[in-house]
Design a protein around this ligand. Structure first.
Ligand code: UD1
Length: 421
C-alpha cells in the first residue's frame, strides 16, 4: 500500500494546471450509454474513479479506448446490463449507470452501492423517481433489478431532498423516455449543467438548465448521437490548491479553472484574509499574513460544498481565533477531525458542528486518510506541520486527485510517494 511522506515547512510558488472534474466526467461517461455510436471525451482527469467506471463499461460489452485524458467510447457493442458488485462496491458513483441502462435497454441489474465512510448515502430518491417513470424495481440479492419493457414514461418528479446523483440519473433516464419529464428541486451543480448541455447538444430539448426545475423532452427510446465533450475544470481540485496557498502562506496561480464555480471557496478565503487576482480561466491567491477565523455551513451549490469542508477545516485550524463548521449533507463527514487533532489541531465536535480553535502550529505525526477529501485535508496540514508526516491509505486520494504529489512537488512541496514495507 502506498503512503505519502511529507516534510512540512516549504513555501509554494508558481502555477498549477487544474484537471478535468471527476464529478462531471463520471455522469458524462455513464451518459454515453444513451448512445450506440462512438463518443469522444477529452480533459478527463487521470484518476482511479474514471478508470473504474470505464472498466464497468467494458464489462458491459462497451468498447473503450482510453489514454489518460481522452476516451473514445462506443456503447453500440453493449451485451450485458448487469453492473456487478465488484465494481459498484469500489465506487458508489457506478449507480449512475442505472438510469441510462434502464432507459436504453428496458431492463438492468445494478449492485446496491452500500454505505460508505462519510455516511449512509441511500439511493431511495433515485429509485422512487424511476418508479414514478414506470419502472418496476425489485431489490434482491444485493442488486437493484429494474424493468421498463415498454420504455420509461415522462412525469413530474419532486425530489424530497436535493440529490446530485439522483438528478443525474433521472436526467439521463428522461432523455430517452416517452414524453416530458419535469424534475422539481433538481440539483444545480456545474457538473449537472454540463451533463444537461451534453444531452441538449445531442438534440434533446431541456429547459431550465442550471435551475432547480428541469423540463426534459425524451426521445421515446431513440439513442442519442453525442458531440465531443471537453470536461469542465475540477472545482474541488481548484479549491484544494487555493487552500494549499492559504495554509502555506504562498502565492500560487491556478490555470484552467472556472472562477465562478469556486466563488463560495474564494469568498470564505477572503473572509479569512486572503485576496485574489481573478481572470477568465485563471486565478492567483495572495495569502493572508494572519488567517482570520471563518464560519462554514455545507450546502448544495451554489453554497459552500461539502467536498471542501475538510480542506477548509485544516486551514481554519491555523487561524487566529475560533471557527465554526457545520456539515449538513453527510452525517459522518468529520473523520479527518481526529487525524487533524493528531497533528496538533484543536477541534471539538458536537453532532454535525465542529468548533475549530486556531493553534499556532501543526506537528508531524503518522495519520490515516479516511475518505477522498479528508485525505487532501491531511496533505494540506502536513505541508505546514513541523517535521515529517506520513499520510497513509492514500488510495482514497488516488480516486480523485490527478497527480497530487506531482503538482505539489512542482509548486515546491517536499512530498514523496512511498510503499509500506
Ligand atoms: C455527489 C458527489 C459528492 C458530493 C455530493 C454532495 C459525485 C460522484 N459525487 O454525491 O462528491 O459530496 O454529491 O455534493 O458527483 N440522499 C438520499 N437519498 C438518495 C440520494 C441522496 O437521502 O436517494 C442524500 C444523501 O445521503 C446526502 C444528500 O442526499 O445526505 C446529498 O447526496 P447526493 O447529492 O445524492 O450526493 P451524491 O450524488 O452521492
Amino acid at each position: 500500500m502506498d503512503y505519502l511522506e511529507i516534510n512540512g515547512g516549504n513555501k509554494l510558488s508558481g502555477t498549477v494546471t487544474i484537471s478535468g472534474a471527476k464529478n462531471a466526467a463520471l455522469p458524462i461517461i455513464a451518459a454515453t450509454i444513451l448512445s450506440d455510436k462512438e463518443v469522444t471525451l477529452t480533459n478527463l482527469p487521470n484518476v482511479v474513479d474514471i478508470r473504474t467506471l470505464l472498466k464497468l463499461l467494458t464489462m458491459l460489452g462497451g468498447t473503450v479506448d482510453h489514454d489518460k485524458t481522452v476516451a473514445k467510447i462506443n456503447n453500440g457493442t453493449i451485451t450485458s446490463t448487469k453492473a456487478v458488485y465488484e465494481i459498484v462496491s469500489q465506487m458508489r458513483a457506478s449507480i449512475l449507470v442505472l438510469g441510462p441502462l434502464l432507459a436504453r435497454f428496458g431492463e438492468c441489474e445494478v449492485s446496491l452501492p452500500g454505505g460508505c465512510a462519510i455516511g449512509q448515502r441511500p439511493i431511495d430518491l433515485h429509485l422512487q423517481a424511476l418508479e414514478a417513470m414506470g419502472a418496476v424495481i425489485e431489490i434482491k440479492g444485493g442488486y437493484v433489478r429494474a424493468e421498463a419493457p415498454n420504455g420509461l414514461i415522462g412525469t413530474k418528479i419532486i425530489f424530497d431532498k436535493i440529490t446530485v446523483g439522483g438528478t443525474e440519473n433521472i436526467v439521463m433516464a428522461a432523455a430517452l423516455a416517452k414524453g416530458t419529464t419535469t424534475i422539481m428541486n433538481a440539483a444545480k451543480e456545474p457538473e449537472i449543467v454540463q451533463l444537461c448541455e451534453m444531452i441538449a447538444d445531442a438534440g434533446v430539448k431541456i429547459e431550465g438548465i442550471g435551475t432547480g426545475i428541469l423540463i426534459i423532452e425524451g426521445t421515446d427510446g431513440k439513442p442519442l448521437e453525442f458531440k465531443e465533450v471537453k470536461i469542465i475544470p475540477d472545482r474541488i481540485e481548484a479549491g484544494t490548491y487555493l487552500c494549499a496557498g492559504a495554509i502555506t502562506k504562498s502565492e500560487i496561480t491556478l490555470l484552467s479553472v472556472n472562477p465562478e464555480h469556486i466563488s463560495s471557496s474564494i469568498d470564505k478565503l477572503e473572509t479569512m484574509g486572503c485576496s485574489f487576482d481573478i481572470h477568465e480561466d485563471s486565478i492567483t491567491i495572495h495569502p493572508a499574513d494572519t488567517l482570520k477565523p471563518v464560519s462554514l455551513i455545507t450546502i448544495e451549490y451554489p453554497g459552500f460544498p461539502t467536498d471542501m469542508q475538510a480542506q477548509f477545516m485544516a486551514v481554519a485550524a491555523l487561524a487566529e481565533g475560533e471557527s465554526m463548521v457545520e456539515e449538513r449533507l453527510f452525517e459522518n463527514r468529520f473523520m479527518h477531525v481526529s487525524e487533524l487533532n493528531r497533528l496538533g489541531a484543536d477541534i471539538w465536535l458536537k453532532g454535525s458542528i465542529a468548533a475549530v480553535k486556531g493553534v499556532d502550529k501543526f506537528y508531524a505525526a503518522d495519520v490515516m486518510a479516511t475518505d477522498l477529501r479528508a485525505s487532501s485535508a491531511l496533505v494540506l496540514a502536513a505541508l505546514v506541520a513541523e517535521g515529517t508526516t506520513n499520510v497513509r491509505r492514500i488510495y482514497h486520494l488516488d480516486r480523485g486527485y490527478d497527480d497530487l504529489e506531482g503538482k505539489l512537488t512542482a509548486l515546491g512541496a517536499d512530498i514523496k510517494r512511498k510503499q509500506e514495507s
